[in-house]
Design a protein around this ligand. Structure first.
Ligand code: SF4
Length: 660
């Protein structure tokens, strides 16, 4: 029996995974199989319910005596950007949140060299007096150690005083990576792994529950992650005092570690899935949107996570390190993201108890009834993974969007000139976009259609692709495809994923929903017409009108793949078309990994073959290739080099004096 099957058997029989199993899962490229397993385990524990809470982060100060290498948040006293809130300021921030329904205040910050313990104690007692019903989750093991050392008191005394003042539980920060090979490099002045564990053991023994975290995606190796999780699992066996495990994706900006890249989406999701499978004594695994971004965090709900975190409102730690997820989400935003993942949102308190389960379920049902149901993302069976793409340095796409302004001869001449221009990556490829418009040009020039396609091939055109202007329901479009194929000219079809907007809940903002019915109609056409027409590729476009999530886009690729079978190439234009994922600005051109690039290997997992046409001025091609290859994905042909020579300017419109 192979090791994956053995692991599946263990899970089915309720046998605990060992470290070697966890390491195997981390090293396995079979993300979808691991994700499906984790999802099953999660559903057995938590049904389809996903927790969120209404909370407010307050980071009291970023002034810190330590200098952890990965930290972009801390400042030295007097340094630009250093801040320290007065307690009154914190109370006002909290008051706004409490008035908006917050049930939790989450407070962690730097180790202020001049703050006495009394300051922290006053912070807690004032907050508790002002907001007695609100749970105060505050101070990492690192901050507690700092307070104890400064006061020359025991940790137990410090914790008892804070508990008496109103502290409700501990957050999970400061754990980073426990293994000394890594901890000594990234935060050698911080509490040791043993101290962190001892602090949480002590808190648990005093009736204070806590969270636990793991900072991954920097210099650690998989065995360090497994070692980290094993120590947490052992303490959970001993005390049962952890509420949740939170994998924290490394944020790459302003650190002293020389790392400038975000974690990959497949690694984020696999870390969640392995945690769900290995940490069998944890009920709750978090997909933390602040660190992962909303799209990957939403996907995490299909890979074993049952908690999305909360409204947050102001989170400076990851933000200053390059976190791009924003700092606030409304209750409605959270609920919509969970519902659109096909799950049921349930508001929880800090200790992971539903606040009012019936009310949450009724609200979810009401939102589903008014906004339409969404099915959970089903993870497909893994298939051979390959991804290719073309760049504008070796491929030119000519859009024949307005035949009234172009004439046939001009089009052929332009194609010939483009094909003949020197190109660093071999012969320049010409793609012609717009089948109907191209055939009209032939008609107006009285060129028989098959001769026309042969002329285009001679002029260097390698493929014809449909555009939004091609009416897929028009039978003449089918004839054009057929004529092109008789002239040995490959063509691509096109399907569009479109979101529509409606109001899901009275009095709350309207939300986007995918029009799956319209999408299915297009798939029907693809499955019925593709082979007879000889289309060799189908391009998936995302409408820019509504918000489409990463999960929905992946779902669409999967549906398209199953409709098209294995013969057709699935071309995805996600790098430029998904509105939530690909804002026009900064798409990977700063050398870091844009959230959209987090998704690239997953596209292959779900069935895509091709990333379409990429502009090296927008996307670092070498980095993209590295990302793809490091996910173990095969190249489907030669990779173009990362040339940023500008695409020759294209103007198909002839000038009046060009006519005839
Ligand atoms: S991670 Fe925490 S302890 Fe380390 S430098 Fe940053 S704020 Fe200070």
């Amino acid at each position: 029996m192979n090791q994956m099957r053995e692991i599946e058997k263990k899970i089915e029989s309720g046998i605990r995974l060992n470290d070697a199993d966890a390491l195997f899962l981390f090293e396995s490229p079979d993300l979808l199989r691991i994700g499906a397993l984790a999802d099953r385990v999660n559903r057995e524990k938590n049904q389809d319910r996903i927790f969120y809470n209404i909370n407010r982060h307050i980071n009291p100060t970023n002034i810190c005596a330590l200098s952890c290498k990965f930290c972009a948040f801390s400042r030295k006293p007097g340094e630009e950007g250093a801040y320290a809130y007065e307690i009154d300021e914190m109370v006002e921030k909290a008051r706004t949140a409490v008035n908006q329904g917050a049930t939790e205040l989450h407070m962690v910050g730097g180790l202020h060299p001049r703050w006495p313990f009394k300051r922290y104690l006053d912070m807690i007692s004032t907050m508790h007096q002002e907001f007695p019903a609100v749970h105060l989750k505050a101070f990492t093991a690192v901050e507690l150690d700092w307070m104890a050392r400064r006061e020359r008191r025991t940790l137990g005394e410090i914790l008892q005083d804070l508990k008496n003042a109103g502290l409700g539980s501990l957050p999970g920060g400061g754990a980073e990576i426990f293994h000394p090979e890594i901890r000594d490099v990234i935060c050698d002045t911080k509490v040791s792994a043993e101290q962190w564990i001892d602090t949480h053991r002590l808190a648990h023994s005093m009736g204070l529950r806590s969270n636990c975290t793991m900072l991954y995606g920097h210099i650690e190796r998989y065995e360090h992650r497994v070692d980290h999780m094993r120590r947490l699992r052992e303490l959970q066996d001993e005390t049962g005092g952890f509420n949740v495990f939170i994998p924290l994706a490394f944020q790459p900006y302003q650190n002293d570690m020389g790392i400038g890249r975000y974690t990959f989406g497949f690694d984020d999701l696999k870390t969640i899935a392995v945690a769900r499978l290995y940490l069998d004594n944890f009920t709750n695994i978090k997909s933390y949107w602040v660190m992962l971004g909303q799209d990957i965090a939403q996907l995490g709900l299909s890979f074993g996570a049952n908690d999305f975190d909360g409204t947050v409102t102001e989170e400076k730690i990851s933000r200053m390190a390059g976190g791009r997820a924003g700092m606030v989400m409304s209750r409605s935003d959270l609920e919509h993201l969970i519902l659109r993942a096909g799950r049921t949102p349930v508001e929880r308190d800090t200790l992971y108890r539903p606040i009012d389960l019936e009310k949450s379920l009724a609200r979810a049902a009401e939102m589903r009834a008014s906004a339409g149901d969404a099915s959970p993302l089903m993870l497909p069976v893994a298939r051979a993974r390959k991804l290719s793409f073309a760049t504008t340095s070796n491929t030119v796409q000519l859009n024949v969007d307005d035949p009234a302004n172009i004439d046939w001869k001009h089009l052929l001449t332009t194609c010939e000139q483009m094909a003949a221009m020197p190109c660093p990556d071999g012969p320049r490829q010409i793609i012609l976009a717009g089948l109907t418009a191209t055939s009209r040009l032939m008609e107006s020039a009285s060129i028989p259609i098959e001769n026309g396609f042969a002329d285009l091939a001679k002029a260097g055109v390698r493929r014809l692709i449909e555009t939004a202007a091609d009416d897929a329901t028009d039978p003449s479009l089918h004839l054009i495809h057929k004529a092109a194929h008789r002239a040995d000219m490959p063509t691509s079809g096109r399907v569009e994923l479109r979101a529509f907007t409606n109001q899901a809940h009275a009095g709350e903002p309207a939300a986007s929903r995918i029009d799956w019915n319209a999408f299915q109609k297009q798939l029907n056409r693809v499955s019925q017409a593709m082979r007879p027409l000889g289309m060799t590729a189908i391009s998936l476009e995302a409408s820019r009108d509504g918000v489409i999530s990463a999960g929905e886009y992946l779902d669409a690729i999967q549906r398209l793949r199953s409709a098209a079978g294995e013969q057709a190439e699935i071309v995805t234009s996600i790098l430029s078309h998904v509105p939530t994922l690909a804002p026009a600005m900064g798409l990977g051109n700063d050398g870091s990994q844009h959230p959209v690039q987090k998704l690239v290997p997953l596209l292959a997992d779900f069935g895509a073959d091709d990333l379409g046409l990429i502009d090296p001025a927008m996307i670092k091609v070498n980095r993209l290739v590295e990302d793809i290859r490091s996910a173990g994905i095969a190249a489907a042909g030669g990779w173009p080099s990362d040339h940023s020579d500008a695409n020759p300017s294209l103007d198909l419109r002839h000038k009046p004096d060009d006519r005839n």
